[in-house]
Design a protein around this ligand. Structure first.
Ligand code: ZN
Length: 320
């Protein structure tokens, strides 16, 4: 018989351990959380002002998926631990919450590539790629993440949108920059007009990667040193080097460094011609705020998936 953990001071129903979640982070403008019937959607004010646009970033709360802890969550990805019908129910609830019930939702088979696909209509067969873009109405473009950076692009002049999934591989392969280039090619977008929203993702605080990524990034990006925390080559003076037995210049390289994926993508968007003032980066870390988001780093295979979606409405919202 399972017994309640003695250490817990929370009262709870038998068999339903109270989930112990970290406190909710403060959400700072221009980002805001909107609660809709048990779900909470993260939105960006500069995108909300367009009556022809729909967008939203999902969060963990609510939903039909049940974790071992008993917590009910809005898992939007088909994972091994969850049931298909729960995920479909959650997707429906999410679309209702962002006001896009019934709109075809287009998700790609993401594989950490730099493939950006132009979609004039929802594809008949599943397509592989990590970014999609369109200027067709009535279609929702989405990416699934649990730590990777979700990026939504909106060109208000040409009324075109893109959704991008950027993990470290996609970032290294310049998926954000490429997608902006594709928007220029297909829609004649001027990058200076494009707005970018970089949603919740694993932050520099929590994203430890192997040092081999430092050389991967520094070989590709002039400002790559700024993406990493405590980057040391082993050559610089180390005030503590007398503590180990190695002579100067023979310090072991650090095994891990911390990578700021959002900064890397922001830099890429600037390089692609976006204006600094048009790039909005959420400071919410998925791994720090596991009460609000899903984090693969924190939960592994048991992690849920978040959605970030954008689309042109079939009919504009009336201003009344
Ligand atoms: Zn963090």
């Amino acid at each position: 018989m399972p017994t309640a953990a003695k250490s817990s001071r929370l009262r709870r129903l038998p068999g339903k351990p109270a989930p112990r979640l970290p406190p909710r982070p403060a959400i700072a403008a221009p980002w805001s959380l909107r609660a809709v019937q048990g779900t909470q959607i993260l939105e960006l004010a500069p995108l909300k002002k367009f009556p022809w646009l729909v967008h939203g970033f999902s969060t963990r709360a609510g939903g039909a998926s049940i974790l071992n802890s008993g917590e009910q969550v809005l898992n939007l990805g088909f994972t091994d631990w969850d049931q298909r019908e729960n995920v479909l129910k959650n997707r429906k609830a999410f679309q209702a919450a962002i006001g896009a019930t019934g709109s075809p939702l287009v998700l790609l088979q993401q594989f950490h590539s730099a493939i950006a696909l132009f979609l004039a209509a929802p594809p008949m067969e599943p397509r592989k790629g990590d970014a999609s873009f369109t200027n067709s109405r009535g279609m929702l473009l989405g990416v699934q993440t649990a730590d990777c950076v979700p990026i939504l692009l909106v060109d208000p002049k040409k009324r075109a949108v893109a959704a991008i999934h950027a993990g470290w591989r996609g970032t290294l392969a310049r998926i954000a920059e490429k997608t902006v280039g594709e928007m220029r090619k297909h829609f004649g977008s001027n990058p200076a007009h494009i707005l970018a929203a970089l949603g919740p993702a694993i932050g520099r605080c929590c994203y430890e990667v192997g040092t081999e990524l430092v050389s991967e990034f520094t070989s590709q990006f002039a400002d790559a040193a700024e993406y990493f925390d405590e980057l040391r080559t082993g050559e610089e003076p180390n005030p503590l080097q007398w503590l180990n037995m190695m002579p100067p210049g023979h310090q072991p390289l650090p095994k891990n460094v911390r990578l700021d994926l959002r900064k890397a993508n922001r830099s890429q968007l600037l390089a692609a011609g976006l204006r600094d003032a048009n790039i909005f980066v959420s400071n919410l870390c998925t791994a720090c705020h596991t009460g609000l988001f899903f984090s693969y780093r924190q939960a592994g295979a048991k992690s849920g998936r978040l959605f970030s979606v954008v689309g042109l409405r079939q009919a504009e919202l009336s201003s009344s």
